[in-house]
Design a binder for this molecule. Structure first.
Ligand code: ATR
Length: 290
């Protein structure tokens, strides 16, 4: 059972996901099970929202704990916030909003944290370094394919960790605009194919090339992958994209898009509750309901 309404008391904290459409979201399932696992007096609902400003004016009571934010509100919700995480502000999109006891709305972008932490752990695995030391992305050459919302998350997140960023995009102007903002280099997708100033680079695909139903497509041919030590794909349908399969065959560490999805959820849970997320439960539920 998704919602246990019998548990709602006057002081129950209300969370939810705002979007349109929103009914398909698995977040209520994940968060309600997580709250229950630690006995938190909280519930997480689907909120079908047309007008974000109206929503935040209505839900300003202390029992409202915050919400996740999905399409099409990730940008429009920005102007309703009291405080925005500085990287989220640069990315220009938020997906996690916390209503704190001071009555203010604090916004975050947990997508970039999820993606970057998954890549960092992949690199640590490769280097055999203990988790928690300096970012293994520092000084690395990070090639980001795509310059949309996810591309921005990877480019700003990588730059913040000290990576040297290259942004490559089908539409060069969008690559240039983003690369200039993160102090990186812009190129076309064709140029990336022959770009290998060094070995051991990191590749992050944020384009939709390879997504269902066009699963035979790939944004970068296999021969170009041998210069990368780690390849991340933000696509999670399918989980095993052609890009990741071919990267694995060339010997790179691969990081699945599902890992970004799961980890961004951990961050939201932490921001909402101040507690660490029940990671195993989250993973089990994601797998069961994929
Ligand atoms: P998201 O928010 O998920 O990043 P988006 O903003 O729609 O989604 O961005 C999609 C990205 O995939 C863009 O970088 C887009 O390139 P353009 O800026 O040239 O549109 C890229 N993309 C989509 N289809 C593509 C294709 N067939 N070949 C190459 N790039 C593609």
């Amino acid at each position: 059972d998704l919602y246990n309404f019998r548990l709602i008391k006057p002081d129950t904290k209300i969370y939810g996901i705002i979007g349109k459409p929103v009914g398909h979201s698995k977040s209520p399932l994940l968060f309600n099970a997580s709250f229950k696992s630690v006995g938190l007096n909280a519930i997480y609902l689907h909120f079908l929202v047309d007008d974000v400003a109206k929503f935040f004016n209505t839900y300003s009571t202390p029992d409202f704990g915050g919400c996740s934010c999905t399409i099409p509100h990730k940008e429009a919700a920005l102007k309703c916030m009291d405080d925005i995480d500085h990287i989220a502000k640069k990315i220009g999109a938020i997906n996690n909003i916390c209503h704190r006891p001071d009555g203010k709305l604090y916004a975050f972008n947990t997508d970039y944290i999820g993606a970057i932490s998954a890549i960092e752990d992949g690199l640590r695995e490769l280097n055999g370094k203990a988790p928690g030391t300096e970012s293994p992305l520092a000084g690395k050459l990070l090639v980001v394919l795509g310059a949309g919302g996810a591309g921005k998350s990877l480019a700003y997140g990588g730059a913040q960790k000290g990576a040297r960023v290259v942004v490559a995009n089908r539409t060069f102007e969008r690559a240039k605009e983003l690369a200039d903002k993160v102090g990186g280099k812009a190129m076309t997708l064709e140029e990336v194919e022959h770009f290998h100033p060094e070995e051991g680079m990191v590749l992050a695909n944020t384009t939709s090339v390879g997504m269902k139903p066009k699963i035979d497509e790939t944004p970068l041919p296999k021969h170009a992958l041998k210069h990368y030590c780690l390849v991340f794909d933000a696509i999670y349908t399918p989980k095993d994209t052609r890009l990741l399969r071919e990267a694995k065959e060339t010997g790179a560490v691969i990081v699945y898009g599902t890992e970004m999805l799961i980890r961004q959820g951990f961050e939201q849970y932490k921001n909402f509750t101040g507690l660490p997320a029940p990671e195993e439960l989250f993973r089990q539920l994601m797998e069961k309901h994929a």
